[in-house]
Design a protein around this ligand. Structure first.
Ligand SMILES: [Zn+2]
Length: 294
């Protein structure tokens, strides 16, 4: 499981970007080292083997989650040079056409471009969040602490309010063009598929499926699978649980809406016994052995 590939440039107050500190961005050099690992298999090869009750072919499957411009502008080129293909798990919340960027990307953008290094902010439940952007440790605490948890899981309207207040205290404005700066367009995602990669579902709004009502889960999943099927020319759609959040009821629903398989964020080897709707997956951070080796 990868997300972004981008240079490790210093951001506000000389600190690495939030993506880098969170482990969701590899540098182009690190990505090249990963591409030396191989052999790379397609997710389809693995799903077909498991469906026949056979062990999966040896090798690695590359997957990317969410949706970032460099997938089209950089990642796809490097993959084709290595004759490797990947599955891109996409979500309309990460689209150039979206009216606003996903809250986590807005949060990261604010911290990466802040003009004030220390702040405090009251959350709707009364707790005070805040910290310092002057050290890597301080910034890491902000992107893993209570404020980040609220941005990920809070009610959308309240999250929007808190992000607006955060922008004020950090003395910075979120650019209206942020979705265009960060995300690919639908057309570009189709281009990925036409150049030999696979597209998969990752929800409509990137909400945790385990925290939604049964009805909401069904609507969210059917819409996600239908959207990806349209961009994939009607092919069967694999699915990846947003933030890896799933339980047995959610897994059954994913199967019922017609997805071909579902990927978790539970690390470990994939075997003949791995359930098709609970496939293990490793988070490839800059510290992952496949990236560090060389
Ligand atoms: Zn995701």
């Amino acid at each position: 499981m990868l997300h972004r590939v981008m240079p490790d440039r210093p951001m506000a107050f000389g600190r690495p970007s939030c993506y880098r500190l969170r482990g969701t961005a590899l540098t182009p050099e690190e990505f090249d080292r990963l591409l030396e690992a191989g052999p790379f298999r397609s997710l389809d090869e693995v799903v077909e083997a498991l469906s026949r009750g056979e062990p999966p072919p040896p090798g690695l499957v590359l997957t990317f989650d969410d949706g970032y411009r460099e997938w089209v502008e950089y990642v796809a080129l490097r993959l084709s040079e290595h004759r490797a293909s990947a599955t891109f798990f996409i979500c309309p919340a990460f689209l150039q056409e979206a009216s606003e960027a996903h809250p986590v990307d807005v949060f990261y953008w604010l911290l990466d471009h802040a003009r004030r290094s220390r702040f405090e902010l009251r959350l709707p439940d009364g707790t005070v969040a805040g910290g310092s952007l002057e050290t890597d440790e301080g910034k890491t605490a902000l992107i893993t602490g209570s404020l980040k948890q609220f941005v990920v899981g809070g009610a959308r309207g309240k999250v929007r309010e808190v992000l607006a207040r955060l922008a004020e205290v950090l003395l910075i404005e979120v650019p209206g063009a942020l979705p265009r700066m960060l995300y690919p367009s639908e057309r570009e995602l189709e281009t990925l598929r036409m150049s030999g990669h696979r597209l998969g579902g990752h929800g409509m709004r990137h909400r945790h499926l385990t925290k939604m009502s049964e009805e909401e889960v069904s609507t969210e999943l059917s819409a996600s699978v239908a959207w990806v099927a349209r961009l994939s020319g009607g092919r069967a759609v694999p699915f990846a649980y947003p933030d890896g959040a799933f339980d047995l009821a959610v897994a059954r629903r994913v199967e019922r809406v017609g997805a071909s398989c579902a990927l978790t964020c539970v690390p470990g080897p994939l075997t003949r016994e791995s359930g098709l709707f609970q496939l293990p997956r490793e988070f490839v951070t800059p510290g992952h052995p496949l990236v560090v080796a060389g």
